[in-house]
Ligand binder design. Structure first.
Ligand code: AMP
Ligand code: FE
Ligand code: FE
Ligand code: ZN
Length: 303
């Protein structure tokens, strides 16, 4: 990313760098459980004044081509840089952990096979959850499929949307607070790769692995110290520190772990369009960190 070297540095007395020097490194489109198309998401990032955005749909790289094309269609002056990424669900000693990977080779056979397996397992799991829900609520598998475009990484949000359409709950949040929560009798887990294996296959595919919201206890059990250490030993590159599901104490802990182990730190919105309250650019990452990610990744940052 040679042009980044010329990025102007904020004056020392500036309170915060301009948004144009900031990256939002965690977002979702309709290719998984967001509600914007990849093209709409890229345009929304430009409208938000972001200097860079990463598209990180769950367990897929399918949105990358549309996002890249949308980037090229924007006028050069208002074009954010595009980081192609994926948020991979992994299991660490029974705890669900989200691993962001940036700039990996989407054709890498091990990585692409793992993502394909994950999507397949998610589809089977969604089907089983709908079978259970259908015993008590007016919802069918066809209703869920109607909420997702062909090839989408299916998740609980699509089941939530079908329940909203059927009038069972008012919105996604209400669905997650009741029938879709992980302790619900309708909940079914899906298969995910192990935490060490995932860091290894991301690295082998030239990706830059960063754990999403590592200490967000509000989301459920968080990864153990041991599992984190194993991921660091396997080649973890960074931790997402600034995320709305992290308390100030969670952020301090993540920043401290990163300092101790020489890891990169990021901040991101985890934008899902209208599917969640998270707004683009509500948390961001400096271009100094983006530059390190660009150096480490196999694919270039676009734009
Ligand atoms: P799944 O991976 O299918 O188990 O579903 C988890 C996904 O649901 C996460 O990626 C979140 O984006 C989404 N999610 C979790 N909680 C909520 C919520 N309260 N409202 C809307 N979406 C949520
Ligand atoms: Fe999501
Ligand atoms: Fe996540
Ligand atoms: Zn996410």
């Amino acid at each position: 990313m040679p042009d980044m070297a010329t990025t102007p540095v904020a004056s020392p007395d500036a309170r915060a760098p301009e948004l144009s020097e900031r990256a939002d490194l965690h977002t979702h489109s309709r290719v998984s459980d967001g509600t914007d198309t990849p093209a709409q998401l890229v345009r929304a990032a430009a409208d938000a004044g972001l200097g860079a955005v990463a598209l990180t749909d769950h367990d897929t790289t399918d949105g990358w081509a549309e996002a890249s094309a949308a980037l090229e269609a924007l006028p050069a002056g208002s074009r954010p840089k595009l980081v192609r990424g994926t948020e991979i669900s992994v299991r660490a000693d029974g705890v669900s952990v989200h691993l962001l990977s940036y700039l990996h080779d989407p054709q890498d056979p091990t990585l692409s096979a793992a993502l394909a397996r994950a999507r397949d397992s998610r589809a089977h799991r969604a089907r089983r959850m709908v079978d259970l829900l259908a015993e008590d609520f007016p919802v069918t598998w066809e209703d869920v499929l109607a909420q997702a475009q062909e090839g989408t990484t299916l998740g609980r949000p699509h089941i939530a949307d079908a329940l909203v359409a059927a009038g069972v709950v008012p919105d996604r949040s209400a669905a997650f607070a009741s029938v879709l929560m992980s302790s619900s009798p309708y909940y079914v887990p899906y298969e995910a790769p192990g935490h060490v294996e995932a860091v290894e296959f991301v690295r082998a595919a030239g990706g830059v692995p960063v754990i999403a919201h590592p200490f967000a206890a509000a989301r459920g059990r968080v990864l153990t110290r041991r599992a984190l250490g194993e991921m660091i030993d396997a080649g973890l590159a960074g931790l997402e520190v600034d995320h709305r599901d992290h308390t100030p104490a969670d952020r301090e802990r993540a920043a401290e772990v990163a300092r101790r182990h020489g890891l990169l730190t990021t901040g991101s919105s985890d934008y899902h369009g209208s599917g969640k309250p998270n707004r683009l650019a509500e948390n961001t990452t400096g271009f100094d960190v983006l530059e390190r990610i660009a150096e480490l990744g196999r694919l270039p940052v676009l734009g």
